[in-house]
Design a protein around this ligand. Sequence first.
Ligand code: C2E
Ligand code: CA
Ligand code: CA
Length: 767
Amino acid sequence: MQIPPDLSERLFLDQAKDFSYVIRAISMVGLNTLALIFLDFHDNPGVFWRNIILLLTAAVYVVIILRGQTWLRRSDTSGRDAAQYFRQVSAVLVALGLLWGVLLVLLMAHGSPNQRSLIYAVAVGCIATPVLVSPPSCAISYWAPTSLGAMISLMLYDADPYAMTDLIAFVALTGFCILYLNRRMNERAIGAIRLEENAEVIRLLLRDFEESASDWLWETNAQLEMQPVSQRLVQVARRPAESFHGVFPEVLLGEEALRAAQPGSAAARLQHAIAEHSPFRDLVIPVNIEGELRYWSLTGKPILDKNGRFGGYHGVGSDITGQRRQQEHISFLARHDSLTKLANRMLFSEVLHQCCEKAGTTGFALLCLDLDNFKIINDTLGHATGDAVLVAVAERLKGSIREFDIASRLGGDEFAIIVVTSERSEAQAIAGRIVERIMRPFRFDGQFVQIGISIGIAMAPQDGTTPTQLMKCADLALYRAKNDGRGIVRIYDPEMDEAMQARRSLQAALRQALPRGELFVSYQPIVDLMDNRITGAEALVRWEHPKHGIIPPSQFIPLAEESGLIEDIGTFVLHSACSAAASWPLDITVAVNLSPLQSRDPQIVDTITNILASTGLPASRLELEVVESTILEAGSPTEEALKQLRGHGVRIALDDFGTGYSSLSYLRSFPFGKLKIDRSFIRDIGYEKAGSSIILAIIGLAESMNMLVTAEGVENVEQAELLRSYGCAQAQGFLFHQPMSAEDFAQLLDSQASGGNVASAPHSPAF
Ligand code: C2E
Ligand code: CA
Ligand code: CA
């Protein structure tokens, strides 16, 4: 048998000890047998040699006893010493075996038939005793010569074939037993050593376990009474060990924690497992420790006795409050927006899914919200203020909904809210309240900031029962709210779907419009208010759709911006306007609208200078109209491009002034050549004092900064008169001229060049 190297030493030492005891006992019996033989055979012949051999044999026994004795007394023995001990004793045992062999032959030679029976019994005893001895090398050392002696004695003096056969069989049996039993004994010894070692390891681990972290072991008896608890549990539970006398789990967790257990909760599952005497694992139970809520994780296994009867539980427990809080924090972070602390997109979509599942019984409204012009705040006031606005908006959103509604930030300046109601009117009222509250100015660092919000609403289950359907509907409604002027609430209507379809097909048609020559440019004259003479014209793009007729730019320019067509269209307008202006009889300016997207094109300066060069129009006759959102990022590539163009002599006009985010600071930082007062101010002129004073302020400001001013949308004589009295230099509007074709405009200029009264000219057909 192969003995594992790590065990051989231990095994050897154990064997040597056992061997010493056994061999000592055998030697005593051996000495006793020698004495019997001496007494029984003293009359027999051959006394001299027999007594010599008896004496020698007895001496060998004594040697063996003494050697065993010294071995047992030694304490500093090693495996190697044991091996040496076995070798020595083996040699002595060979001698002992030989002596016994010779003795048996001598005794047989001179023994009477009665005595021979005794000798036979002694021989059998001698052959059998090595079976008790381990290791086999020692056993064989003695067994082999004795067996040989016994067989020779039988053969020489009592050649009874039956006795002989029996002896041979017995010798074979004992030989087999020596080898077989030794092997089994070794196996058992190894198993025992391993078991002992494992037990030691487990003892160490358990001690380590008890001493570490906040884990503890617990145990109950068959009546589920808690067995004495560990010191660790006493510490964790912050109560004395005596307080744990009682029935598990009540005495451990407190009756309160278990009574309040919800079906399906860990506490309920624990009670269920215990009632069934089944195992349970990692059940996390909230417990109250001196008024503090903590979480314990419990694992338990039933103890079964030999007959499979329940004998109690044993298990481990640990206080996982720290881990749990950390997990809660992480899962909060994963499910909430770090800036506003509102639910994030992930959590919101989970809640929306749940709401959709119950939509059949509990209707709800999905609100999609989008801040108006948030980008402008971010760009002009900086990201820190932008963030502060988002946080403040989130606060106001939370304050505008009920505790069972849920608000979330989906990203950027997009928010969504689930309002638990099946009433459209209630959803609309809440949305209206939100718009009104968000509109109130925020104050940051002594500075007032105002922002609007647009809201689209979809109702479940009427408008949809899946998150995708509802989001689509609410988005469509939001899109409509934005288009209808921002700061508005719109509720989804199936007509919005059709409108979206129509937009899509219009977008597809727009792609073809330019190559098919469906786009053209109209010109609206700009007049000098002092003498009504034309001082310039604004180029306005038109699309003549083969089926729908003329489509206004307010409809297709946003489509072009969305689909990336705006750059091609813009270049087309610039080219048309510049080549038209180059052919005009008067050196007046042509104004071209520049979309914010177009002005972000890194090629824009090259494009415009190339167009000016190819059409031969001097840069000073081109005016570019930009809106406030185009210019807001100081130091941006757009601002750089506009400055370069201005350097070439192109005038930059600020269009629709007063409608965007009215921070006047950029008027100072960017040198505009002209301000165009939006027509919403002109419309109210004369009726509203505030409107008039704003116009007066704008005109004063423009004058002080050396900018021209054009009033847009002048539709009646009163407006023109008032503007004139305010000192506004230029005007544009239906009172003077509608936008007209390039040819009509050229004719108009011709008549002005030849001295005609152009301002009161009959209106040409409108484009
Ligand atoms: P806008 O730049 O403010 O252009 C002036 C708009 O006011 C024009 O509308 C014009 O027809 C209209 N208008 C002129 N006088 C009056 C008036 O007395 N009363 C009223 N109610 N309206 C008047 P239009 O041509 O429909 O253009 C709308 C907007 O489309 C423009 O507003 C401009 O922002 C954009 N747009 C037009 N052409 C282009 C273009 O070529 N490129 C870009 N990017 N945008 C363009
Ligand atoms: Ca314009
Ligand atoms: Ca305008």
